[in-house]
Design a protein around this ligand. Structure first.
Ligand SMILES: NC(=O)c1ccc[n+]([C@@H]2O[C@H](COP(=O)([O-])OP(=O)(O)OC[C@H]3O[C@@H](n4cnc5c(N)ncnc54)[C@H](O)[C@@H]3O)[C@@H](O)[C@H]2O)c1
Length: 371
């Protein structure tokens, strides 16, 4: 019997219409916990499938469980455990797949582990959905790293930021039509998983969508030097610690507040019939493009003192510039305007300061602006 297909797609996100749980792999992580919180807040039961390998995510899980004691079920298991995964998927009405080895740096040290978690783990998930054969949808967290280092683009330096000389790219960012070009083991494992997810829609009719994300930032991000750089910069700056910039710091990223990312995941689920088999670039877009140096200048305004910065060599696969062309995702998923990066970064600083018991300077214009 087809379960998901019996439910009109407009009702797929309505918990009253379908009381089965939602499965969020990596649901204790940064994006996963924000998504799980939104889902539980809307009345869905959520299975948080997470091996708890990332240090600090136990705080996210405790936060989720305290906010939604009756709606969060944690399964502590590895994405490579195919049998456990299949058992959890059996009853789910949709799967959001976030669990991953998330750092490029770690993938260079342990490429086999990275492959097993990111690619084999994803195929485990796809196989479980194929075996169910009832149209249960999957939305996958992919990355802009699938486009490689964009080394063919020419840039000019302006105000401590790389800007593409191509007017089309400068105006709109990188579109989904950009050829795939996997760099680093992380780029390869996530990129291959991205392609498998799309192909299971093509070959087996599993309704899937892929979101190739730029840098997402926001509350509950356990940022480190290896991954989650916006939170990492803020944590170090708030503690008065030095920050190492790899490269010249003029690299540009379009940063996206996690609340907007959650909107996109829910939108992809709601509109899965229209978007199945498609991949979208998801980021802050040109309006939220900022170089690392520009972001650090802003952080300096928040903490009311210059940030202590050191420089080191460029890291493998690092893009001089990545800004997502979000026109396709905005149109297909009906997304609303994005949080301005200055507001979002200020809110993250306030949250991190509160978490760490650090006082921010009172009367700071950067803080007053976002209040
Ligand atoms: N944060 C970003 O800016 C960003 C950008 C592009 C893509 N992504 C992708 O989005 C997803 C979520 O990223 P995030 O920033 O929330 O990362 P995160 O590290 O906060 O979350 C990942 C979660 O997966 C869990 N996990 C790791 N290995 C596992 C395994 N083998 N089995 C089960 N659980 C496991 C971790 O414990 C963690 O809770 C990842 O797939 C990542 O590749 C993130």
């Amino acid at each position: 019997m087809s379960v998901a297909r019996d439910i009109p797609s407009g009702n797929r996100t309505d918990p009253a219409a379908d009381p089965r749980p939602v499965l969020v792999t990596g649901g204790a992580g940064f994006i996963g916990s924000n998504l799980a919180d939104r889902l539980a807040g809307e009345g869905h039961r959520v299975i948080v499938y997470d091996a708890m390998t990332r240090p600090g995510v136990e705080r996210n899980l405790a936060w989720l469980q305290s906010r939604h004691p009756d709606r969060i079920d944690h399964v502590q298991a590895d994405i490579r455990d195919a049998a456990r995964l299949a058992a959890c998927i059996r009853d789910a009405k949709v799967v959001f797949h976030m669990a991953a080895q998330v750092a490029v740096t770690t993938s260079l040290v342990e490429p086999v582990e990275d492959l097993q978690v990111n690619l084999i783990g994803t195929v485990n998930l796809l196989e479980a959905l194929r075996a169910r054969g009832d149209g249960t949808p999957l939305v996958f967290a992919s990355t802009n790293k699938v486009y490689g280092d964009l080394a063919d683009l020419d840039f000019q330096l302006a105000e401590e930021a790389y800007l593409p000389t191509d007017a089309g790219v400068r105006g709109h960012g990188i579109a989904e039509t950009r050829p795939l070009d996997f760099h680093t083991p992380y780029g390869c494992s996530k990129g291959a998983a991205d392609q498998y997810v799309l192909d299971y829609a093509r070959s087996y009719g599993v309704p899937t969508a892929v979101l190739r994300m730029s840098c997402i930032y926001g509350q509950r991000q356990m940022g480190t030097e290896d991954q989650g750089w916006v939170a990492h910069f803020l944590i170090r700056a708030l503690k008065g610690q030095q920050i190492t910039l790899f490269g010249d710091g003029c690299q540009v990223r379009d940063i996206l507040d996690v609340s907007n990312a959650v909107d996109a995941y829910l939108g992809a689920w709601k509109r899965i019939d229209a978007v199945s088999g498609r991949a979208f670039n998801l980021g802050g877009g040109p309006a939220n493009a900022v170089s690392l140096r520009q972001l650090l200048d802003f952080v300096g305004q928040i903490i009311d003192r210059p940030v202590d910065v050191a420089y080191s060599d460029w890291r493998a696969g690092d893009q001089r510039y990545f800004v997502a062309d979000t026109r396709a995702v905005d149109a297909a998923l009906g997304l609303s305007p994005k949080v301005d990066w200055r507001d979002g970064v200020t809110r993250l600083a306030q949250w991190l300061a509160a978490e760490g018991g650090i006082n921010l300077p009172v009367g700071n214009p950067a803080l007053a602006q976002s209040a």
